[in-house]
Design a protein around this ligand. Structure first.
Ligand SMILES: NC(=O)c1ccc[n+]([C@@H]2O[C@H](COP(=O)([O-])OP(=O)(O)OC[C@H]3O[C@@H](n4cnc5c(N)ncnc54)[C@H](OP(=O)(O)O)[C@@H]3O)[C@@H](O)[C@H]2O)c1
Length: 217
């Protein structure tokens, strides 16, 4: 499959590398076509399946797109990517609405009655937005086994076919417990979990953990 990754940070790198390893063709996009971090990533894969370009290049290339940019900036990024390049496509939103401007722990830029996932879906109504993977650190996203025991990953979105394709990708990453929360408004809960996630990360001085939902049978 052709996948467009928007973002040259840790998440874009980690997901891009795993997707290339799984045999996908991946283009990493940024604000400039010759971004150094994207060039380093392409080199690090040692694969002709990896390439780089602008946000618009990556969006037009991908059948499936991954938003790996800051939650507070991603509407701008997606506008740069171009609505025409996003229309009708699965857009996996991995972002979190974190505001570090006043230090740690960060505040959420949107919460309670709205979320980045919903903002994206509203702004690009023809995209099939699926929120996923934002609830764990990048190394855990592509290698859930580094956290011992049973633990869970969440998805939500309005299009069930799109969610099925994303669940298949998550399965290829090694995820077994995939909890489908329902429509895109469930992004609120997935993003607000970060308020607790950040504090756990500060307490344990490590981002390599996750949660597991235990229910009464
Ligand atoms: N790090 C994690 O483990 C983790 C885990 C779960 C979720 N997340 C979420 O995943 C997202 C990506 O995180 P990250 O740490 O990999 O990367 P990041 O540093 O949050 O974002 C990097 C990207 O943001 C773009 N960017 C920065 N400033 C911009 C601006 N003013 N206008 C447009 N684009 C701008 C950069 O563009 P250029 O390439 O042009 O520089 C780059 O591609 C975030 O929302 C984060 O909260 C992160």
């Amino acid at each position: 499959m052709r996948i467009g990754i928007l973002g040259t940070g840790t998440v874009g790198n980690t997901l891009g590398t795993k997707l290339v390893e799984l045999g996908h063709d991946v283009k990493m996009g940024s604000r400039t076509t010759s971004n150094e971090k994207a060039a380093e990533w392409v080199k690090s894969t040692h694969s002709s399946k990896a390439s780089q370009g602008s946000f618009a290049d990556a969006a037009s290339f991908g059948e499936v797109l991954l938003n790996c940019t800051p939650g507070s900036l991603c509407l701008e990024v997606l506008k740069m990517a171009g609505a025409e390049n996003i229309r009708g496509k699965i857009l996996v939103d991995v972002s979190n609405p974190l505001d570090f401007s006043k230090g740690m722990p960060p505040a959420l830029t949107v919460a309670n009655t709205d979320s980045v996932g919903e903002q994206i879906q509203r702004t690009f109504p023809d995209a099939k937005v699926v929120k996923a993977l934002n609830t764990v650190a990048a190394p855990v996203m592509v290698n859930p086994r580094i956290v011992p025991g049973d633990h869970d990953i969440f998805v939500c979105g309005n299009d069930s076919g799109a969610k099925d394709r994303v669940k298949k990708i998550l399965g290829d990453f090694g995820w077994i417990n995939i909890i489908d929360l329902g429509d895109i408004t469930n992004s609120r809960g997935m993003e607000m979990w970060l308020a607790l996630w950040i504090r756990l990360m500060m307490k344990y001085q490590s981002p390599i953990f996750n949660l597991h939902i235990q229910r009464q049978n």
